[in-house]
Ligand binder design. Structure first.
Ligand code: GDP
Ligand code: MG
Length: 434
């Protein structure tokens, strides 16, 4: 309704001053919940929030956005920075040797083929070596994918000596003149020292340029232990985050990144070999925060809201000296942000909300009504008697009833502002935000 829009406008204008621990508390709580429900490790979430809080305190509150939105944007920027640290490029070594490690079912074999396909497109001659000797089906799986993508392939279905298979695979790859060689390894359901020892020996034999941890995007709190164990033992050079086509919000990536500092290089987005992408931190950040596009809303506000104009308006409101002319200007500011539907779509928790079809119509009619008034009438709405109202309704092409409704809403707003002026401001704000 129009009143809702007004109160949100008022709330936006309230932002005079700086971000403080108090006015940030609610927003930070919301962000913490978002991080935890995205499966970010609780310690990682806590440290991250503390860091952001320190960075936020004392910052000027932007006019035109609620402080909460501004905080989400600051947090998002920090998240993008953190997730994006390091390069998502692979080592430029040729031949390039890549060791794929991770838990069972994380997507190692699939990602091996995906990465092979990707590098083939980039002009490499890829070759895959099956080092998962515990399940014969694992070798078959890799071989089928290699055939399908026309990648070189080597494995050994008899030997259980993983380092020896790796060395033989490397020789086969050299013989085939391959220049991107991938070693697909076995996983376990949980991190275990036998597995780690075996992969360590394999690493010594093949001396990989990249050791990529393949992690399921839905990995929960255990992501930290998994990443730490692999990183301590092997020295990871990158992370592949898989299954981002599912519901997983991908918080594991933040946990792993924070704990190991290892750059995220690729993401898997489906079962097919083409479902693979280089990593973009901004996309993952908004997925983790689940804040719709608050961020772009804030950016748009930064661009579009005239700061001086907003300050002038806030001052008028404080003095309860806000007339219909200001009201019109206010509405035009809101309109600059875009359509109501697109604005709501960007607000967390509101993206599913239906805006009445006529919301924008209604705003347009309100605008028409005010524009049909003389300047004097806009500044002193008290003088609007029956005759004047009829003239305005005719001028705007609306019913007198609508003019009356608008004036009533405006009066309510003025009343609120008078209350704000004389104390009770805090209580009022809380009411408006509820
Ligand atoms: P591994 O045990 O680590 O080698 O895992 P696999 O490569 O065999 O993958 C385990 C399962 O996850 C298979 O059914 C894959 O098709 C599936 N999978 C792997 N990556 C993705 C992905 O990015 N998205 C989806 N939806 N499924 C994936
Ligand atoms: Mg496998």
């Amino acid at each position: 309704s129009l009143t809702d829009k007004l109160s949100s406008a008022l709330r936006n204008l309230r932002g005079v001053g700086k971000l403080t621990e108090e006015n940030m508390a609610d927003a930070l709580k919301e962000v913490r919940t978002a991080l935890l429900s995205a499966d970010v490790h609780f310690k990682v979430a806590r440290e991250f929030i503390e860091r952001v809080q320190t960075a936020c305190v004392g910052q000027e509150v932007l006019k035109g956005v609620a402080p909460g939105q501004q905080i989400v944007k600051i947090i998002n920027d920090e998240l993008v920075r953190l997730l994006g640290e390091g390069t998502n490029e692979l080592s430029s070594a040729r031949p390039l040797k890549v060791l794929m490690v991770g838990l069972h079912g994380s997507g190692k074999t699939t990602s091996t083929a995906k990465l092979g396909k990707l590098l083939k497109k980039r002009g490499y001659r890829p070759f895959v070596v099956g080092c998962d000797v515990y399940r014969p089906a694992a070798i078959d799986q890799l071989e089928i994918l290699a055939k399908q993508e026309e990648l070189g392939f080597y494995s050994d279905r008899v030997s259980k000596d993983v380092p020896a298979i790796g060395a033989a695979g490397l020789a086969a790859a050299h013989a085939a003149n391959a220049d991107a060689i991938f070693f697909d390894t076995a996983g376990r359901l949980q991190i275990d020292s036998d597995l780690i020892e075996e992969v360590k020996k394999l690493r010594e034999r093949i001396k990989p340029d990249e050791i990529l941890l393949v992690a399921d995007g839905a990995l929960g709190q255990e992501a930290v232990n998994v990443a730490k164990a692999f990183h301590d033992a092997l020295g990871l050079t990158g992370l592949i985050l898989t299954k981002l086509d599912g519901d997983a919000r991908g918080g594991a990536a933040l946990s792993i990144k924070s704990i190991t500092g290892v750059p995220i290089k690729f993401v898997g987005t489906g079962e097919k070999t083409a479902d693979f992408d280089t990593f973009y931190p901004d996309r993952l950040a908004s997925r983790i925060l689940g804040m719709g596009d608050v961020v772009s809303l804030v950016e748009r506000a930064q661009e579009n809201i005239d700061q001086k104009e907003a300050e002038k308006m806030a001052e008028k409101m404080r003095k309860a000296d806000f007339n219909l002319e200001d009201f019109l200007a206010q509405m035009q500011q809101i309109k600059k942000l875009g359509s109501m539907q697109s604005i709501m779509g960007m607000m967390p928790g509101m993206s599913g909300m239906q805006i009445p079809d006529d919301a924008e119509d209604q705003m347009g009619r309100t605008e028409a009504i005010i524009k049909s008034m003389t300047i004097q009438e806009r500044r002193k709405p008290d003088i609007l008697n029956g005759n004047r109202r009829l003239r305005i309704a005719n001028g705007a092409g609306v019913k007198v009833l609508e003019v009356n409704q608008l004036l009533k809403q405006f009066q309510q707003m003025q009343k609120m502002m008078k209350m704000l002026k004389g104390g009770g401001a805090k209580k009022m704000m809380r009411q408006m935000e509820a």
